[in-house]
Design a protein around this ligand. Structure first.
Ligand code: PMP
Length: 369
């Protein structure tokens, strides 16, 4: 038997949920409502989909190793210089590259609880210690507790998602600047904005790339084409950085061809047709309000969300409930972290799928027979 590194042997396995095929086969369900992964069911831009035909002619080539055309288009779209940008095979991969490049055993990372799983798993893989600061009882970031945590001891990385996955809450500009000002000068600030496009319409939502430069320190902002742009299947996300030295470091640990040609081309085409993306975000935000109202009518108190998902306390073991919902063909994500075992996260899907979840929930919680 070959032993894994102790850090790896101790790691939990990231729960990526079941696929539609797995649920179909295991539960013999005819219709699946996949509401566990915060995907965008309205799909990518139809204009971008035309790009597939061009792709087939180029498949024998390697992709552009530095995704230069896409980086320049992102520079235009974000205002961040092209040489401060790096692409990843999903932003998941970028989180991993950050950890591989910067974390040594014993280093400390601060994040929040409940957290996006990989904000904890990848640092632990490197032997780092993760302090996760619980959100408040109202489901908001606990600014005083986060400030205390970043000041408590040497801190290598502060990393959390804004708006938060899985809670859906957000931190405003004043709070973020206050928190960052409490970090040691040599801390790397990582703000994961996977749900940026969904939060843009919320008053006070800060674009971290606009406020972090006010303090001269290293930072990274992560975004993705998986959510609002509806390209989750292609795996493409990006990092916007404070300077070329951070990007240079990440590039050293990046696989040379880490994003494929289809992903680069489709992302570029989607950037050129942002109207479709904005329309689907607006539809989802309106449906989210209806979904929240229905949940409130059923007696739940969902946390106000700035994303395409809803976090709620169901007052019973959420993993057991999730298992029962699967029998209705409904996939959601239960939380397992200590203190949040009665909470689940449900994506805002198509209205019919959200309704299927609401019906299954009321049956399985005994509110309907
Ligand atoms: N960060 C957060 C906060 C997320 O919620 C997700 C997706 N669930 C990711 C990163 C990973 O996204 P990608 O598909 O770009 O790897």
């Amino acid at each position: 038997r070959v032993l894994a590194r102790p850090e790896v042997a101790a790691l939990p396995v990231y729960n990526a949920g079941l696929s539609e095929d797995e649920v179909r086969q295991k539960y013999n369900a005819s219709h699946i409502s996949k509401l566990g992964s915060n995907e965008n069911p309205y799909g990518p831009s139809p204009a971008a989909l035309k790009q597939w035909e061009n792709l087939t002619r180029q498949l024998f080539r390697y992709p552009d190793a530095t995704a230069s055309t896409l980086r320049h288009a992102l520079a235009q779209a974000t205002g961040t210089p092209a040489d401060h940008i790096m692409l990843g095979n999903g932003s998941e991969q970028i989180i991993r590259l950050i950890c591989e490049a910067y974390l040594s055993p014993g280093d400390r990372v601060v994040t929040v609880l409940p957290s996006f799983g990989l904000h904890v798993i990848w640092p632990e893989m490197m032997g780092a210690r993760v302090d996760a600061v619980p959100i408040t009882a109202e489901g908001q970031f606990d600014l005083p507790a986060m400030k205390r945590a970043v000041q408590a001891a040497p801190l290598k990385i502060l990393m959390f998602s804004n708006p938060s996955n899985p809670v859906g809450c957000m931190m405003n500009a004043t709070d973020m600047l206050e928190l960052v000002a409490c970090c040691p000068q040599d801390t790397l600030i990582v703000i994961d904005e996977a749900y940026y496009e969904y939060a843009l319409g919320s008053p006070d939502y800060p674009d971290a790339t606009k406020i972090l430069p006010r303090q001269a320190r290293p930072w990274l902002v992560l975004r993705t084409f998986s959510k609002a742009y509806a390209l989750a299947g292609l795996r493409i996300g990006y990092a916007l950085a404070s300077d070329t030295s951070v990007i240079g470091t990440l590039n050293k640990v990046r696989d040379p061809f880490n994003t494929n040609m289809a992903a680069q081309d489709m992302a570029l085409a989607c950037l050129h047709d942002r109207t479709h993306m904005h329309d689907s975000v607006a539809t989802t935000v309106a449906e989210r309000a209806r979904f929240m109202n229905e949940l409130t009518r059923q007696g739940y108190a969902p946390v106000p969300s700035h994303t395409n998902f809803i976090f709620l306390d169901v007052g019973q073991n959420a993993s057991a409930l999730a298992e029962r919902l699967l029998r209705h063909g409904v996939i959601i994500k239960p939380w397992r972290e200590k203190g949040f075992e009665t909470c689940l996260r449900v994506s805002v899907g198509l209205p019919a799928d959200n309704d299927r979840f609401l019906r299954a929930l009321s049956i399985e919680t005994g509110q309907t027979d």
